[in-house]
Design a protein around this ligand. Structure first.
Ligand code: PHE
Length: 472
């Protein structure tokens, strides 16, 4: 049954609204929570360098590919692929499975950020030496982080129920600029701390001896994660785009914004980390441990900065997770023909359960592992290290090999009215270079442990989808 040829599709109310929403999807925990700790863990400058190269060569082009596919078909992930060629439906299904799985851990961290707004106001900073232990105690608690996660998810659900233009757009428009300004202020404070120079050196003087096969895959996965690529998000957002919109410049704007926030976040955190004499391998706790200490140093008003920062972090997370939820919801509406309300309850309800398991996996359920990792890491590693990269590869293959080049050109240039001199460069990147580059990076990443078996499991899941999803 073909339900994809749907009637009226909601549209962005204005150009700037789209840019804010797409940038809102991209800028999130990936930039502020994850990029700094990955950079710190993977040796600093070399990781940043590889990351930037991937963003420029692979990320930007893939984003343009996704916008083009979405707007051409005016359909969400699954419908878009199905429309091109039924055999590729599985790529769309993967594009819905990935956000569903990301929403198995993202709300947990979103909940932490929410909790830290209140903790900042209620004495978190009064004992700076205890901030690290307090974080550990908090995330392993079986009840407290679950409460915040549920609250966080509830806010997502409310926004997504209200529909595309009114909910997501408004939230993004008001709050993204606040975040940007705040990050600049925090960055300035961080680099002016005594001892921050070592951190800057760590960030900008690459130490290539720290680079392994897994570093490349980590950087690639992070580039996709941060830019919201390799799954249905940017395809779905593209499908809401107006025919007049300039796709290349939109993709460029979103990529620049996203990358600047990631770099700003690293500048806010890593120099401070060094100034405080802490080890770089703090892992996922980094932003929750280092920044409160930095705020504590500001004296009396520190708690206010801290609260505002965590409000901004929570909002950044929110504008990303609503897009993740929206992809799943758009699938249920477009392909399964159910109402928006029902779709949101179904998707949101399932995410409460998966996120609950993730949160508990950091504490009371830490003994329970799947292929060697806890539930939180299972969702995180599988999506970030395999599904997004393969998803990005598939979108490029479909555009390069299964769509008509002239149609693509027509869509991308709005029927010739937008000048895009680099079309052929982009097209060849998408058709040849990116799929091959991703295959190489994924191969060396997979064989370079840890988590080899988990990643092979991920590939097997994709293969199973490819075989069975023709029926979907
Ligand atoms: N880009 C978002 C972030 O950096 C996460 C995300 C990934 C959102 C994929 C949508 C799709 O936090």
């Amino acid at each position: 049954m073909e339900k994809s040829g749907n009637k009226k599709r909601e549209n962005w109310s204005s150009r700037i609204g789209f840019i804010f929403a797409a940038a809102g999807s991209a800028v999130g925990l990936g930039n502020i929570w994850r990029f700094p700790y990955l950079t710190a863990e993977n040796g600093g400058g070399a990781f940043i360098f590889i990351y930037l190269a991937f963003v420029l060569v692979i990320g930007l082009s893939t984003m343009l590919a996704e916008f083009t596919l979405g707007r051409r078909t005016r359909l969400g992930a699954v419908g878009a692929y199905k429309h091109v060629d039924r055999r590729w439906t599985f790529a769309g299904v993967l594009g819905v499975l990935s956000p569903f799985m990301i929403m198995g851990f993202y709300p947990v961290v979103g909940g932490w950020a929410t909790a830290y707004i209140f903790k900042s106001l209620t004495g978190l900073l009064s004992n700076p030496a205890a901030i690290g232990d307090a974080f550990g105690a908090f995330i392993t608690n079986p009840i407290e982080p679950v409460f915040w996660m549920v609250l966080y998810l509830a806010i997502n659900i409310i926004i997504v129920v209200k529909g595309v233009a009114s909910g997501i757009e408004k939230a993004g428009k008001i709050l993204m600029p606040v975040l940007f300004v705040l990050m600049i202020l925090i960055g300035i404070r961080s680099i002016t701390l005594e001892g921050a120079g070592a951190g800057l050196q760590f960030m900008f003087m690459p130490d290539w001896s720290k680079v392994h096969g897994s570093t490349f895959l980590a950087a690639l996965g992070q580039a996709f994660f941060s830019l919201s690529l390799g799954m249905g998000a940017m395809i779905t957002y593209g499908s809401y785009l107006d025919k007049q919109e300039n796709l290349p410049s939109s993709a460029l704007t979103v990529t620049i914004l996203d990358t600047s926030v990631a770099i700003l976040a690293a500048i806010s955190i890593i120099p401070a980390l060094f100034a405080f004499g802490m080890e770089p391998n703090q892992g996922p706790g980094l932003v929750f441990i280092v920044l409160p200490q930095l705020f504590a140093q500001l004296g009396g008003i520190g708690f206010l900065f801290s609260a505002i920062f965590f409000i901004a972090l929570m909002i950044a997370a929110l504008t990303s997770s609503v897009s993740l939820l929206e992809v799943c919801v758009a699938y249920l509406i477009d392909e399964r023909g159910i109402s928006r309300k029902k779709a949101v309850s179904l998707a949101g309800g399932s995410m409460v359960i998966t996120s609950l398991l993730s949160s508990l996996s950091l504490g009371v359920m830490s003994g329970f592992t799947i292929l060697g990792v806890g539930v939180f890491d299972f969702f995180d590693i599988l999506t970030d290290k395999i599904f997004l990269a393969i998803g990005g590869m598939l979108v490029c293959i479909v555009i390069g090999w299964f769509m008509n080049k002239e149609d693509i050109k027509d869509e991308l240039t709005n029927g010739g009215s937008v000048k895009f001199g680099l079309f052929d460069v982009w097209y060849n990147l998408v058709k040849y270079v990116i799929p091959i580059a991703i295959a190489i990076v994924a191969f060396f990443g997979i064989i370079s442990i840890p988590h080899t078996s988990l990643m092979i499991f991920g590939l097997a899941v994709i293969a199973v989808l490819a075989i069975f999803s023709k029926k979907l």
